[in-house]
Design a protein around this ligand. Structure first.
Ligand SMILES: NC(=O)c1ccc[n+]([C@@H]2O[C@H](COP(=O)([O-])OP(=O)(O)OC[C@H]3O[C@@H](n4cnc5c(N)ncnc54)[C@H](O)[C@@H]3O)[C@@H](O)[C@H]2O)c1
Ligand SMILES: O=C(O)C(=O)C[C@]1(C(=O)O)C=C[C@@H](O)C=C1
Length: 301
């Protein structure tokens, strides 16, 4: 199975980055694209995010071997319904959504005749929109692919080669496992960042601007994450509800334990945890796995 024509639906950070990366790294492929927002289409054409920005979704996906849906998770089902009547038989339809089980279900319902292979490039920034994308985004990053049990292996191979061509390392995973892992490594950290920045902002009345003025190091890092796209993250939490609630339950129990230790002056509990987490961080760096990038610290980046 060979992919020669790629259609991208949704031309924001991730769709735009895919378009730029394909044009730069897989120049034999043609790229078309469409976005529901006319201003985004205009800007995408100006930045040449894809070879051709089309006026309709039908034009964009006509004749495509691979369609990638790069819209917020909550819009995946609508985007899939919009492309369904215009696909050739045997077209691979994939996506880049940050949660996988609910997206996979929505795509399977809307696209019974397509080869649906959900995927998630674990790469991004706090920025969004058609000006945010760049072609190197996926280099030395993981792309997790979550095919169903009956997905044709040659289609999975073709999608794997596609993401490898953009510089990513592909990992095949069950969708439910993906959602639990990403709840721990991405979704809950974002929730914590949104919470602490919100709490600090509420405390501004008490501290009269000092929280922002003296914010350095730790808090500044939280504000970058908390500047992430509100639509995207609203949809992530609603779509990955079960896994997020499960991990959040564990997290709040652990937080309560620390709260109790502070109240009781129990320094040993605090020290033991901080010592353990420091060891974890050091072992990550020693393995050359800083930033969770495959091959990070060992290759050309
Ligand atoms: N931002 C990240 O860090 C990141 C990383 C990996 C995966 N993702 C996933 O990628 C997807 C896109 O995120 P993004 O950061 O590129 O968002 P973005 O806001 O930059 O772009 C999304 C685009 O989709 C368009 N859109 C919305 N509904 C549409 C529809 N029904 N049909 C066509 N276009 C539609 C919007 O107009 C917008 O231009 C999300 O599912 C997100 O979970 C994001
Ligand atoms: O680096 C960032 O800004 C990100 O938040 C990227 C990040 C992540 O949590 O790692 C965010 C959401 C995605 O689905 C994948 C990647």
């Amino acid at each position: 199975m060979t992919i020669e024509r790629v259609a991208i639906v949704g031309l924001g950070l991730i769709g735009g980055s895919v378009g730029l990366a394909v044009q730069q790294m897989l120049p034999g492929m043609t790229t078309t694209g469409w976005d529901a927002d006319a201003d985004v289409r205009q800007r995408a054409a100006g930045r040449r995010l894809v070879g051709e920005v089309c006026d309709t979704v039908a034009e964009a996906v006509r004749g495509a071997d691979l369609v990638i849906l790069c819209v917020p998770v909550g819009a995946m089902g609508y985007a899939a319904e919009a492309i369904a009547p215009h696909l050739e038989p045997g077209t691979i339809v994939s996506d880049v959504g940050s949660s996988k089980r609910s997206v996979g279900d929505a795509l399977a319902v809307a696209l019974p005749d397509a080869i649906v292979i959900p995927a998630h490039p674990v790469a991004g920034t706090e920025n969004s929109g058609p000006d945010a994308g760049f072609p190197e985004l996926f280099r030395h990053r993981w792309c997790i692919v979550t095919p169903g049990k009956n997905t044709p292996p040659d289609a999975v191979d073709a999608l794997t080669r596609f993401w490898e061509g953009l510089g990513a390392t592909v990992e095949i995973m069950d969708a439910e496992h993906h959602d639990l892992v990403l709840a721990v490594t991405s979704h809950i950290p974002h929730l914590i960042a949104y919470t602490i920045v919100g709490t600090a902002s509420d405390l501004e009345d008490v501290t009269r601007g000092e929280v922002i003025k003296y914010s350095a190091g730790g808090f500044r890092d939280f504000t970058r994450i908390a500047a992430s796209n509100p639509t995207m993250w609203r949809d992530v939490f609603l779509s990955n509800r079960d896994a997020v609630l499960e991990v959040l339950g564990r997290f709040t129990e652990d937080l309560s334990r620390l709260q109790r230790a502070i109240r009781n002056g129990d320094g040993d509990t605090l020290f033991d945890l901080f010592d353990k987490t420091r060891t974890i961080r050091r072992s990550i760096i020693e393995e050359g796995q800083d930033d969770a990038r495959p091959d990070f610290g060992r290759g050309d980046h």
